[in-house]
Design a protein around this ligand. Structure first.
Ligand code: SF4
Ligand code: SF4
Length: 474
């Protein structure tokens, strides 16, 4: 009988916490700028006021469910114009495809909310517990009062940020000062508490506890973006021909057999994803450039040219640092395609935005009965004209009805002069006019009747046509 091993092989490896070291350099600086800009916009935008008509909300950016409207500075999106929001999302996706095809995962490295909030949470952690080495030491220490205090402080600050994140989200859906004043006395809508709770939980756990695991295991984008990149895409890479064979460059020793990599591990300890870029292209790499800053700092210290790790497309082939290509090759069939589709989509969006109508007009006919025979034998069709004034002031409107000879018209509650009905519609209001169209006995069957609405201030018109029914009845 064969012997059975007593200890089964373990296939599960426990996650090692990543404690990135703070680095300094142009990419770290750019990341700080993007972090402050994006978080600044997110947290403060709902507080920005915007002058509108008295009956409208004065908040610059607001999703107003009650009024069925989306306000974005001087743009108002009505429910029937929601395709514009879809268009903006499609446009953003196309722009992202273009950026990814040129510069790789720049979105992941700099602007993705997961990256930005994780960066913020790590900055807080660093502020409370110290930089990488101190954090590693603290993790190994027993639970002393000092350790407990640091951990409680860190998690409390994380929770505060997470709550502020959920709170800011809610402000986009209500008047910000009003909902805040009600929130802390328990009078805000129940949905506000729900969303603050959900977003506090997700921000705290995704950015504080799970961090790089979200990008590696949960996010589909790293898998999808492979379809947008090729060997010309600029991504962070290690110039292995120059760096290898790696080894410590010790004083007084001959370095001639060694490559430029001094094996200092600065690039590894700086990486927020916990990977070693020297191992080659990896799914985990978010293209953030922090290892570039770390390595450039080391290269400067040892008096070697920068760029052993750099943004490039030629890092697999180039040895001489002077021969390194500094700028991406933007004009390629793939990028031209993405740019072309993005420009086309932008033009369609612009056309849709500028060509929007400030009024909405519709005509519906009565279906049951479709027509009525009057006592003198004439035939009457009834229609309802619906007029919605999307402007911020009351506007006068005119409805004019054109039809075959013999057509007489009447409107419930309105005078008709020379075939025209004049009326006012208040801002954001809709009115319905009930109109009767009458033709003499035996005339006008199937004849076209046109109902035209004119905004008497802007001159904008809209027409609807319908055929007269029942005129052949004798
Ligand atoms: S390998 Fe470099 S670029 Fe990639 S995630 Fe790590 S630090 Fe960022
Ligand atoms: S930082 Fe540069 S020199 Fe140091 S290990 Fe990384 S690649 Fe080598």
């Amino acid at each position: 009988m064969s012997e059975v091993s007593a200890a089964p092989e373990r296939l599960y490896a426990k996650r090692e916490a990543v404690h990135p070291q703070l680095v300094h350099g142009k990419y770290r600086f750019t990341k700080w700028l993007v972090l402050f800009a994006t978080l600044g916009v997110y947290y403060f935008l709902p507080w920005l006021r915007w002058p509108r008509a008295a009956h409208e909300p004065q908040q610059a950016v607001l999703v107003d469910f009650e009024g069925a409207r989306l306000y974005f500075f001087n743009i108002e999106i009505w429910p029937d114009e929601f395709y514009l929001v879809t268009g903006i999302l499609v446009l953003s996706a196309l722009a992202l495809f273009f950026v990814t095809s040129v510069w790789g995962r720049l979105w992941c490295g700099y602007a993705c909310p997961q990256t930005v909030w994780t960066d913020l949470f790590i900055a807080v952690e660093r502020m409370v517990e110290g930089d990488r080495n101190k954090r590693l030491q603290l993790a190994k220490k027993p639970w002393t009062a000092d350790k407990i205090l640091k951990k409680v402080t860190k998690h409390s600050l994380w929770l505060l940020i997470a709550m502020a994140t959920g709170g800011a989200w809610v402000l986009y859906f209500h008047d910000a000062p009003t909902v805040i004043s009600k929130f802390f006395v328990g009078q805000a809508p129940a949905s506000s508490y729900l969303f603050v709770g959900v977003l506090t939980f997700t921000t705290y756990s995704l950015a504080g506890l799970m961090r790089e695991q979200v990008c590696t295991y949960m996010c589909p984008w790293p898998r999808i973006q492979g379809a947008m990149t090729d060997d010309k895409t600029f991504a962070v890479g290690y110039y292995a021909l120059r760096g290898e064979p790696r080894g410590k460059h010790k004083k007084g020793q001959d370095w001639s057999e060694l490559g430029d990599c001094i094996d200092c591990h600065a690039c590894v300890t700086a990486c927020p994803m916990g990977i070693d870029i020297r191992d080659g292209d990896q799914l985990e790499c978010i293209n953030c450039g922090l290892c570039v800053d770390a390595c450039d700092t080391m290269m400067k210290k040892v008096g070697l040219p920068k760029g052993l790790i750099a943004y490039g497309a030629d890092y697999r082939d180039v040895k001489d640092p002077k021969a390194r290509r500094r700028w991406p090759q933007i004009i390629r069939p793939r990028t031209l395609f993405y740019a072309g589709v993005t420009i086309l989509a932008s033009a369609i969006m612009l056309f849709g935005l500028t060509g929007r109508s400030s009024l909405e007009f519709g005509v519906e006919r009565d279906r049951a009965p479709a027509f009525t025979r009057l006592s003198d034998g004439s035939i009457r069709n009834a229609i309802t004209a619906r007029v919605l004034n999307k402007q911020s002031e009351t506007h006068p409107f005119t409805i004019e009805i054109d039809g075959p000879e013999g057509l007489t018209t009447a409107a419930v509650g309105y005078e008709i002069e020379d075939g025209q009905i004049h009326f006012d519609v208040a801002p954001d209001k809709q009115i319905r006019l009930r109109i009767f169209l009458t033709m003499p006995k035996g005339e006008g069957d199937g004849d076209e009747i046109t109902v035209t609405l004119t905004d008497d201030v802007t001159g904008e018109t809209s027409s609807e046509s319908l055929g007269f029914l029942g005129g052949s009845r004798r």
